[in-house]
Design a protein around this ligand. Structure first.
Ligand code: CA
Length: 591
């Protein structure tokens, strides 16, 4: 008995030891025999170039949102409403992971940088053929708390480096030519359930990241690091401590210590105002509000920060005192819009709570909110302040309480796009409801801290569906919509060719007329779509790229697709399709 116990103990230690070894910096793998990059594609990518990325170099996709304004709109128009029917596969790359593939590829002068899920990895590929230059594999300890799948959303590039976060909350800088690590910092503690999944954002000389883990009672933060050295420049706590403005919204309790407030979606930046906009997620515990009386700032909010020191300039809260995990972390888009008869520096946002918002991004003033999906939690939104009046019947009780949207929201993190040509925002919409229940919340370090739960499949088959909706960004009025049998969980790309590219949960990739909503082209990519498509050009040839692979928190948004096929394929299209001119020459056959 004793010896067998000791055997187990030794085996356990061996496993732990292995875990540590794997958790350490892994050697570059699979590099033998690969083509080499002969110069660093990112060597000349500096802040000045990132600022003008969308306007000056549409052939590249240099930042996560396709520009600091997050429009995800490309000026490329070789592929357009007239010829999109000729779009054919150029190449695909399979990564063989069973996790959601949520990455936005970055493309710099013909080189693509993309991250994959599971154990976080970064790949440098020839964007014309998909051939690998190098990859960097990071191994994540198996016990890392990942509420909603082991995913990663992409890299940032600047200063010769590729920046990415790992699921176990480290930020790494790799040499963009060789993949060799230049520096790394651990910005969260996995034992506290700190995790990281977002694409970093480079602003000036800093790399900005946010933490995940609000489902485990963390206290959230947004961090900035010097891009040359990895030295921390500032931290903004999304949950204010005693003596800090906003702490009074935690009812004088200690609940701020476990108050949540993840910041897992990449922000936006306005260089004229010199303001960084970052969204903050749900409070902890998710479904029990009794232990955290008050509005619980800055959860379910957008904060405008000084990018140099992290000082808060203003904030706006979408859902005060959230008890449905409506979260508020979805992306913000910066656009100058004709609102109320004058050109307005606006910030637009489609929240999980079912409302589409426009704010004045100079000061955070509320402009309007409009429902874009079925919602039952708010009786109205104050037209002057944007503050909702809560429907008391929607507040979770100890019995199951029906509410819409469900806990995945009316829109998940998957990014909408905005076209300055049409003035429309293209929103991936989830239509589903759930039963919410509140219960006691017991905090244990690194353990789930939900305060009971919600069940999303209670309404039966067919209840849960989705749309791609085009909404006039100046008014919130719907222009057109396309129904899908399942929630639409993909990101969206808009192009100057008059197209929007988006995908369905069962794997159909679409190109749709941006003005009319007429579907012009589809392709079956073989697995459900989460990621936003991007577009780029090499030698005058336009490509459209999509990371396809089902996963994420499927139980929350489409439980009917729990067992849908997984995959991790990068699929790339161009007019006429096929590979570029032959890379092999035929030999005459033997007679
Ligand atoms: Ca959440």
């Amino acid at each position: 008995m004793r010896s067998s116990l000791r055997g187990i103990h030794v085996a356990l230690l061996a496993c732990l030891g292995l875990g540590w070894a794997l958790g350490a910096a892994a050697p570059l793998a699979g590099q033998e025999g690969l083509p080499r990059l002969t110069k660093n594609p990112v060597a000349n990518v500096a802040f000045s170039r990132l600022l003008e990325a969308a306007r000056a170099e549409p052939q590249n996709w240099l930042t996560y949102g396709g520009g600091y304004d997050n429009h995800r709109h490309s000026a490329l128009q070789q592929v357009n409403t007239g010829n999109v029917g000729q779009l054919q596969p150029a190449w695909t790359k399979q990564f063989g992971k069973p996790n959601g593939f949520e990455s936005t590829p970055i493309v710099v002068d013909g080189v693509m940088y993309v991250t994959t899920g599971g154990h976080t990895a970064v790949w440098a590929l020839d964007a014309r053929t998909g051939k690998e230059y190098w990859h960097h594999q990071h191994y994540v300890p198996d016990d890392v708390a990942a509420c909603c799948d082991k995913v990663n959303r992409g890299v940032a590039v600047a200063d010769g480096k590729v920046f990415f976060v790992t699921l176990d909350a480290q930020l790494l800088a790799l040499d963009a030519m060789s993949g060799k690590p230049m520096w790394k910092v651990r910005f969260g503690d996995p034992r506290e359930a700190h995790t990281a999944t977002l694409a970093p954002l480079v602003v000036k000389d800093k790399v900005i990241v946010g933490i995940s883990g609000a489902e485990y009672g963390i206290r959230g933060f947004i961090d900035a690091y010097d891009m040359k050295t990895g030295k921390q420049a500032w931290r903004f706590w999304t949950i204010p401590g005693p003596g800090e403005p906003g702490n009074e919204t935690w009812g004088g309790t200690e609940a701020w210590r476990t108050g949540g407030g993840s910041a897992w979606i990449t922000g936006a930046y306005d260089s004229e105002l010199d303001m960084l906009y970052w969204t903050v997620g749900n409070p902890g515990p998710d479904y029990n509000g009794e232990v955290r009386p008050g509005d619980n700032l800055y959860t379910n909010s957008v904060v405008a920060l000084d990018p140099d020191d992290g000082t808060r300039r203003w904030h706006f809260q979408w859902t005060p005192h959230d008890v449905w995990d409506y979260d508020g972390v979805n992306e913000v888009i910066l656009a100058d819009l004709p609102i109320g008869g004058r050109s307005t520096k606006a910030l637009i946002h489609a929240d999980k709570n079912g409302f589409f918002y426009a704010l004045d991004r100079t000061n955070g003033k509320f402009l309007y909110a409009k429902e874009f999906a079925r919602q039952t939690w708010a009786q109205k939104v104050d037209p002057a302040t944007g503050r909702p009046t809560i429907n008391p019947k929607a507040i979770p009780g100890s019995n199951y309480t029906p509410g819409c949207p469900g806990p995945a929201g009316a829109k998940e993190w998957n990014h909408m796009a905005f076209s300055p040509q049409t003035g429309l925002a293209y929103i991936p919409v989830i239509e589903n409801c759930a039963f919410f229940r509140t219960g006691q919340a017991f905090f244990g370090r690194g353990l789930p801290f939900w305060g009971s739960f919600a069940t999303a499949d209670a309404f039966g088959p067919g209840e849960s569906h989705g749309f791609l909706k085009a909404v006039n960004a100046a008014t919130g009025e719907e222009a057109w919509k396309i129904k899908s049998d399942h929630p639409v969980m993909s990101g969206v790309l808009s192009t100057a060719g008059g197209l929007v590219f988006w995908g369905e949960a069962e794997g159909t990739f679409h190109a749709t007329d941006a003005k009319t909503g007429k579907d012009l082209w589809t392709a079956n990519v073989g697995s459900g779509i989460h990621a936003p498509p991007i577009t780029y050009a090499i030698d005058g040839q336009q490509y459209v790229a999509l990371a396809a692979g089902w996963g994420g928190w499927v139980d929350g948004f489409a439980p009917e697709l729990r067992s849908a096929p997984r995959g991790h394929s990068l699929v790339v299209y161009r007019l006429g399709g096929g590979a570029p001119p032959a890379t092999r020459t035929a030999e005459a056959g033997a007679r």
